[in-house]
Structures are given as structure tokens and as C-alpha cells.
Design a protein around this ligand. Structure first.
Ligand code: HEC
Length: 244
């Protein structure tokens, strides 16, 4: 009986998560599309890199893989005196990030893999006006996110459209969809989608070279575990010698 209860206790949260799973629109990315990669890289350095590093990517490699010349890379992607062979690190420390946003903006090298490309695509489309939040925006995909809407100039703003849902005799309002706050913002919608697609394509590409880095690290983790096991075994032997 105890075991059944224990198993159920383990299963229930998993079932709850499964039932609230979001419906994500598919992102039609194509990482062989060099124009999309170039555009995405430009958007990234202009709008995201103030806060999010790409510690495993080098300007030079990004330029080469997206078909830019060295001069184009310098003009379009590099604003500081960095050398072209350098990694795309940022000056903001973790402590600064926590200070300013409450959460340090994570490095986005592997986010396309951890969260998934579709998740990032939908996330960047899901910011909406919420005066209760510190930066005046909330996000449908990532509730109470600490990130400001970095691309609001390109998208404009969206407001929620509510519907009333009745559950167990109680009715409450939930957000049904988002819509532009005015005509001018509505006119930007199509271009904004392209921006987001280019950005997500770039992040998907960025996640590939990082895979190699993770494998390299993985080997060291395994070696470490083997050594740890040997030490633990020797220690156990040592303890039991006194007991016997
Ligand atoms: C002003 C700083 C800032 C800028 C600029 C910014 N972000 Fe963020 N971002 C954050 C912070 C802070 C978080 C952490 C949010 C949280 O955990 O609540 C975050 C989280 C994210 C996440 C979720 C990561 C995860 O796995 O939890 C993604 C994806 C992301 N940002 C993408 C972007 C993209 C793409 C851009 C450029 C268009 C961008 N961000 C620009 C501050 C920023």
C-alpha cells in the first residue's frame, strides 16, 4: 500500500505538468538559410547581447557560417574593440543581472536545445502589456518573466483578450489571445514575425557548435565520476576494516 501511495505521489506532479502543457506554434526555421542567419545574428547583437552572452560562439565563426566577410562581421556584429576571434561574451556579471532584474539573464548558447526552438519562437511572440509587472510587460509562455520586452520597438505592444471560463461553478477570466494595442502596431506584426524567425534560426544554429563543447565536458564528468567511485569504494573498505 505504501508503495502504491509513493508511486502515485511521484506520478501526480508529472500528470499535472502534462495536462497544462502549452500548445506551441511550430517555428519554420531553416538553419541553412544564410540570409536568415545574418539577420538573426544582427538582431541578436543589437537587441539581446546587452544581457545574454553566447559564450561558446566566436564572431569569426558566426560570420563564416552565415556567409559574411570579415569586414561585414566587424561592421554588423562587433561594436567594441573585441578581436574577431573572440567569443561573444558580455560585460554584465551575474551579480549585476540579479541586481537589475532579480534573475541573471542566462547565456543562450544551448537554450534552443533545452527549451526548444518552438518555445523561444512562441515566447518572443507572447509579451503583453501588464502594468503590474516591473517592466510593464508579462509573457503568456513564461509567466511573470523577469525580462523586459527587448524587441518592443519592432513589435509594438500587445494587450490581452480575455474570456470567461467556468470551472466547478466558479467563473473567472483567462487570457484567450493577444492583439496589437493599435493600428500602427498591427501593421508591424508581419515583419516582427520575420524578425523572430530569424532570431530563432540564429539561436538554433548557435546550439549546434555548443553540442561539441558539451560532449567534451561530458567526458570529463564521466572521468570524474569514475575517480569518485574508486575513492568511495576505498573509503568504504577502510571503514569496514575496523568494524570486522
Ligand atoms: C535587459 C536585459 C535583457 C535583454 C536585452 C534580453 N533579455 Fe532575455 N532574459 C533576460 C532575463 C533577466 C531573463 C530571465 C528571466 C526569468 O528567469 O524570469 C531572460 C530570459 C530569456 C529567455 C529564457 C531563457 C530560459 O531558458 O529560461 C530567453 C529565450 C531570452 N531571454 C531570449 C532573449 C532574446 C532572444 C533577446 C533579444 C531579442 C533577449 N532575451 C533580450 C533579460 C534580457
Amino acid at each position: 500500500m505504501k508503495r502504491i501511495i509513493f508511486t502515485l505521489a511521484l506520478l501526480l506532479p508529472a500528470m499535472a505538468i502534462a495536462s497544462t502543457e502549452l500548445h506551441l506554434e511550430k517555428a519554420p526555421t531553416d538553419i541553412t538559410d544564410k540570409a536568415a542567419l545574418q539577420e538573426g545574428a544582427k538582431l541578436y547583437v543589437n537587441y539581446c547581447m546587452g544581457c545574454h552572452s553566447l559564450n561558446y560562439s566566436r564572431f569569426e565563426r558566426v560570420g563564416k557560417d552565415s556567409g559574411m566577410t570579415e569586414d561585414e562581421v566587424k561592421q554588423n556584429l562587433m561594436f567594441t574593440a573585441d578581436k574577431i576571434g573572440e567569443t561573444m561574451t558580455i560585460a554584465m556579471t551575474k551579480a549585476d543581472g540579479v541586481n537589475w532584474f532579480g534573475v541573471a539573464p542566462p547565456d543562450l548558447s544551448v537554450t534552443a536545445r533545452s527549451r526548444g526552438v518552438d518555445w523561444i519562437y512562441n515566447y518572443l511572440l507572447a509579451f503583453y502589456v501588464d502594468p503590474a509587472r516591473p517592466f510593464g510587460v508579462n509573457n503568456l509562455i513564461f509567466k511573470d518573466v523577469a525580462m523586459p520586452h527587448a524587441l518592443w520597438e519592432r513589435q509594438g505592444l500587445q494587450k490581452p483578450v480575455y474570456e470567461t471560463v467556468t470551472e466547478g461553478g466558479q467563473s473567472h477570466q483567462v487570457i484567450k489571445s493577444l492583439e496589437p494595442v493599435n493600428q500602427a502596431d498591427a501593421a508591424k506584426a508581419e515583419n516582427y514575425r520575420k524578425d523572430v524567425l530569424n532570431l530563432v534560426t540564429f539561436l538554433e544554429y548557435v546550439g549546434e557548435p555548443a553540442k561539441l563543447e558539451r560532449q567534451r565536458l561530458g567526458i570529463w564528468v564521466l572521468i570524474y565520476l569514475v575517480i569518485l567511485t574508486i575513492v568511495a569504494y576505498l573509503l568504504k573498505k577502510e571503514y569496514w576494516r575496523d568494524v570486522h
